[in-house]
Design a protein around this ligand. Sequence first.
Ligand code: FA5
Length: 337
Amino acid sequence: MERVRAILDEASVMISGVEDQRTLEDLRVKYLGKKGLLTELIKYLGDLPAAERPKMGKAINDAKNQIQHLISDKQSRFEDLSKQKSLQKDILDITLPGRAEKTGKIHPISRVMNEVLEVFSKLGFSIAYGPDVETDYYNFEALNIPAHHPSRDMWSTLYVEGDVLLRTHTSPVQIRVMEKQNPPLAVVVPGRVYRRDADVTHSTVFHQVEGFLVDRDVTFGDLKGALTSFLHYIFGRQKKVRFRPSYFPFTEPSAEVDVQCVMCGGDGCRICKGTGWIEILGSGMIDPNVFKYVKYDPEKFSGFAFGLGIERVAMLKYGIDDIRLFYQNDLRFLRQF
Ligand code: FA5
């Protein structure tokens, strides 16, 4: 019995002094394990007189329970401690401001394109589309530009193969629509076009919106009226614009429209090549020869057409001095719109 008490006393002192899990486990094995001190004592029970065995057995069991109790206590204290430590380490400050999600923006070219289409749809125009890969016939021939004609030089054309090319303007869609529909019609055509062209105001791939209106008694006054309303919508009434006589094989008479250069306010700079103006569109009264290709009677019908450069409009609207910025996808640039 003394030995039991001595083991219990020693275990109590040892367990209360333990500071880590591993030593605690060692102590459990030492006192309660299969070969532990108390388990060893049980082996000697058989040597005792039968009358003393129950008393002794109970004393060993009680000692075992007490030691188990001390170990469990210590164990749960260790667990609390490590929980506290990890809470301190992984502290979550719910008062910190959150990280804002970066949201996408509509690209300035799409934005201007949508705005232009919206203005023309308010003026009663419907929308049509045509292919980027075109034939010589639609891009040139049916627009009154025969193969031998020097005006082909106006469009630095990228050919795919033979008579197949990347359209140099949206004008071929005029022919495609007029082949299928009879006047009266008022249509706009948004699309990508391609030319072997590149500098601060010229891109190899750029966007145009074609517009055309055919009816009886359409005059140059109608063209000027429609385009002036459009320009006022887009740039405001205070912006200076001018109609300048020009030449296109598929219109007669023809005019180009310039807007005062935003970079220099009209004084002349590298963007406007010293002229003070930036050209945004070509236009004119549809040439009667074009009507012959689509079997419209030029005696009955007349019409106007125009082709607008979207990048140029965006440059003027937002004061952008290099067309290439639109295609570089630099987020610092794109986030400003
Ligand atoms: C044409 O493409 C004619 N099809 C326009 C037209 C349509 C005239 C209907 C009459 C009737 P032009 O080559 O000038 O014309 O181009 C029209 C507009 O596209 C220009 O005013 C300019 O704003 C824009 N543009 C032309 N080349 C480029 C380029 N390389 N990069 C960006 N914009 C360009």
